[in-house]
Every structure is written in structure tokens, then in C-alpha cells.
Design a protein around this ligand. Structure first.
Ligand code: MG
Length: 376
């Protein structure tokens, strides 16, 4: 366990935590954020991340990232950055591992389709759903719903939120109304997420053949590090040079983020987490790294996420989500019994909870069960 006395005074500390909804005795063996992390790892939604899409649908290949491996990469990057800055690694890890728990099957296409279906019923947003998973949907305790995580972990999970929704969320909604910042640990998890997906999508994109080296060398951030790998290891296989490049890009972005954030923190000189919340955003890239990272992001959007083969899969995913939603809304008796009970109170929300909890393959199987006569 990281000793809190060794952390910076503006780190999130158990001693100054805003606590849990349901008061629990402190553990002698584990810190409060460590307990949050452990609760996330043991929850059902966490195990489902293994079979949820990041960009490629789970059955498309064994080597592509899933939401589970993505979340582990985010936690690894986040911990490294937090350690550099003497911030709370356990909190960053808890937030990172939980940040995608509310994702639907079929990635962003799935979330867009479900949001569309839910338009008249309050909408659907995966980030808000991650909070709903840890606050309400997990059923692991006798005394309460959800995982009863600390305020700081929940604050970090809720990355963005519209004001009308924020008004309904109590403590974690406040910062979207008074426009204050979350902890530095939450800010780190947010940027670690971006570093992770930009770089692993380069890797997976090349591996899948949907984007090529010839295209990527047009992206300055990639080009610089690829040239360096080429110069150092001209005899190495292309795969090794690509791995060297991705490794160097991640390292460069992390080091830039650490250095620039360190300078921001020094300039703002917060004395406590309360002053962090009242200050500017301090975890940030330098302007040049931010722009380079943006160019990479746009490249991936235009060439990978919009690739016609990715679009075809997305369209199939959206269709599955829409058809499942329509079936369950027309006849709640098609829902598994535990969701039928919930549907009595709010059918649309119960259906959205059921569908968003599905893995890619479970959604495909459920779709076949409902629409194919031969399927058992
Ligand atoms: Mg993510």
C-alpha cells in the first residue's frame, strides 16, 4: 500500500475523503481507495468487459484490445503518471478500472443506438451508466445496492455530464453546476484513457490491415518515432519496429504529460485537494503534444473508425440493439425474470440496463434467440 504520508498534500487522501453513502468501518489492512479498486475487480460488470468491443468486435480476432485489456492499460498508465506526481495511485487505478463499466456491446455504435432508442425515456450515456453500475446495478451487498464506493472514485468515473442530469445526481453532479475540477487523480485517469486508446488503436489498426504504415507515416507523432525505431533497428522486422514506435509514442506522451502537469501544479500551488477542485485543470499536455495527439486522433477517426469494414460491423451492432430494444418494449414478458420485475417500475430503463450489460456475443445470441425460430 502507498503510504498517504508520502503523497503530495494536494493528493486525494482517505483521511480527507468525502466518504461513502453507507457508512462502513475502515479496513485495517487496506486503504479506502484500494478497497474501491478491489470491489470493482470483483464485480460482474468488470468481468463482462472481456467480451465487449473497443473498436473490433470480440470474435474478430484474439489479439485485439477488448474493454478489459483497455481498462488495464489505462490503469497501468494512470498509476505511472500518479506515481511520478506523488498522487494517489490506488484511486487512479480504481477510477481507471471502473471507467468503462457502463459501455454497451458494439462500442460507440451500440451506445448511439441505445441512446436513440431511449430518447423519449431520458436517453442513454455510457459514462453515466458506469456510475449507475457502481451506484445501483451491482448486487453484491446485503444491505445496499451497488458497490458503495467512495465519493472520489465516483467523481472520477463521471467524466462529463449535462447540467440537467447533474442536478439529479447529488454530490457527484455538483462540479458540473459550479464548474469546479475533480481530483488530480480523476484528471489523470481521463488522459490515461486517451493515451491508451490512441496508441492501441494504432497498433490494432495496423494489425488488422485496416490502416497501413504508408498512411500512418503521414502523422507527425508516428513518423518521428517510427524514423527513430528505423534508425536504431534497421534490420528488425516491421512488427518489431511498429511495437518500438508505439512504445515510444506512449512514453513521449506520458513524459510530456508529467512534465507539463508538474509545472501547472507548481504554478497553481494547491495546498489541498479542496484547492485542486477550486483551481484550473492542472493535468494536461504541453500545447505541442496536445496538437500532435489531436492529429493522431483525427487520423484514427477518418481512417479507422470510419473504415467501411468497421462501419459494417457498427451497422449490424446498431441493428441488433434496436431490434432487442423494440422487442422488449413491445413485450416485457420476453425479458429474463429479474428484469421483468424491474420493468414494472420503469420498463425502458430496465430494458436499457439489460441491453447495456450484454457482451457483444451475448447480444448476438440473444438476438438470434428472439428472431430465429431454429435457435434454442
Ligand atoms: Mg476508455
Amino acid at each position: 500500500m502507498q503510504l498517504e504520508a508520502q503523497l503530495a498534500p494536494y493528493a486525494a487522501l482517505a483521511a480527507t475523503s468525502r466518504g461513502r453513502h453507507h457508512v462502513e468501518e475502515r479496513s485495517m489492512a487496506r486503504g479506502e481507495f484500494q478497497r474501491d479498486r478491489d470491489r470493482v475487480i470483483h464485480c460482474t460488470a468488470f468481468r463482462r468487459l472481456e467480451y465487449k468491443t473497443q473498436v473490433f468486435v470480440n470474435h474478430e480476432g484474439d489479439l485485439f484490445r477488448t474493454r478489459l485489456t483497455h481498462s488495464i492499460e489505462v490503469a497501468q498508465l494512470g498509476r505511472s503518471i500518479a506515481r511520478h506526481l506523488r498522487l494517489n495511485e490506488d484511486l487512479v487505478e480504481a477510477i481507471s478500472l471502473a471507467h468503462d463499466l457502463g459501455h454497451t456491446p458494439f462500442g460507440h455504435a451500440g451506445q448511439d443506438a441505445l441512446n436513440e432508442c431511449m430518447r423519449e425515456y431520458g436517453g442513454f450515456e455510457h459514462n453515466l451508466q458506469s456510475l449507475r453500475v457502481v451506484d445501483v446495478l451491482e448486487e453484491r451487498y446485503g444491505a445496499f445496492d451497488g458497490l458503495n464506493l467512495t465519493f472520489e472514485t465516483r467523481e472520477g468515473i463521471l467524466k462529463h455530464c449535462a447540467e440537467d442530469v447533474a442536478r439529479t445526481l447529488g454530490d457527484v453532479g455538483e462540479r458540473f453546476l459550479d464548474h469546479t475540477q475533480p481530483s488530480l487523480e480523476a484528471q489523470i485517469a481521463n488522459l490515461a484513457d486517451e493515451i491508451a486508446y490512441n496508441n492501441h488503436d494504432v497498433d490494432d489498426g495496423l494489425r488488422s490491415g485496416l490502416i497501413t504504415l504508408d498512411q500512418l507515416v503521414e502523422v507527425p507523432l508516428f513518423r518521428r518515432h517510427f524514423d527513430e525505431a528505423d534508425r536504431l533497428y534497421p534490420q528488425a522486422s516491421e512488427r518489431r519496429r511498429i511495437n518500438e514506435t508505439v512504445r515510444r509514442m506512449i512514453n513521449a506522451l506520458v513524459l510530456d504529460l508529467v512534465a507539463h502537469s508538474q509545472a501547472n501544479i507548481a504554478a497553481a500551488a494547491p495546498a489541498s485537494i479542496a484547492e485542486v477542485r477550486g483551481g484550473p485543470q492542472m493535468i494536461a499536455y504541453s500545447e505541442s503534444a496536445r496538437l500532435e495527439s489531436l492529429v493522431l486522433k483525427r487520423f484514427l477517426r477518418d481512417n479507422l473508425y470510419q473504415h467501411y469494414l468497421v462501419q459494417r460491423m457498427s451497422t449490424k451492432g446498431r441493428r441488433i440493439i434496436r431490434e432487442l430494444f423494440r422487442s422488449f418494449m413491445e413485450d416485457a414478458r420476453l425479458l429474463p425474470p429479474q428484469y421483468q420485475a424491474k420493468a414494472e417500475a420503469d420498463r425502458a430503463r430496465a430494458v436499457a440496463d439489460y441491453i447495456s450489460g450484454m457482451t457483444d456475443r451475448y447480444a448476438m445470441r440473444e438476438h438470434r434467440r428472439l428472431f430465429t425460430v431454429e435457435e434454442t
